[in-house]
Design a protein around this ligand. Structure first.
Ligand code: SF4
Ligand code: SF4
Length: 112
């Protein structure tokens, strides 16, 4: 991989030698992306196996895995809602459906 002069942008070459630009996940690089959200991912810790798939696929790098915090001592994701843009990739990537996308309206009273 080679840098392209922009932070977070790298180039990778495929087996045929074609150079493909690739932007790496970088929290906050597109601003306060939490304002974009109409739905948020909500975790059911009982269904989570701590597999890291949500962490791996989040395009904004806003998921931290907290080791040992799950009900069975497994790692569970902690999502930074300040920057989570609500794309739902984590919920789709989750093999146990432990993440559910919930309408933001449901949280309006809680957060005033
Ligand atoms: S919805 Fe999930 S994948 Fe998308 S930005 Fe938020 S935490 Fe990341
Ligand atoms: S992908 Fe699902 S099961 Fe795996 S760590 Fe994330 S929430 Fe838990």
């Amino acid at each position: 991989m080679t840098g392209q002069g922009r932070p977070g942008l790298v180039a990778v070459a495929d087996p045929a030698g074609h150079v493909l630009p690739l932007s790496l996940a970088d929290k906050g690089s597109a601003g306060r992306t939490g304002f974009w959200r109409t739905q948020r991912p909500v975790l059911n810790p009982d269904k989570c196996t701590g597999c890291f798939m949500c962490w791996l696929y989040c395009p904004e790098d806003v998921i931290d895995m907290k080791e040992g915090a799950g009900p069975r001592g497994q790692a569970i994701p902690v999502i930074d809602y300040e920057y989570c843009k609500g794309c739902g990739v984590c919920a789709v990537a989750c093999p146990t459906r432990a993440l559910e996308m919930v309408d933001e309206e449901k949280f309006m009273h809680e957060e005033g």
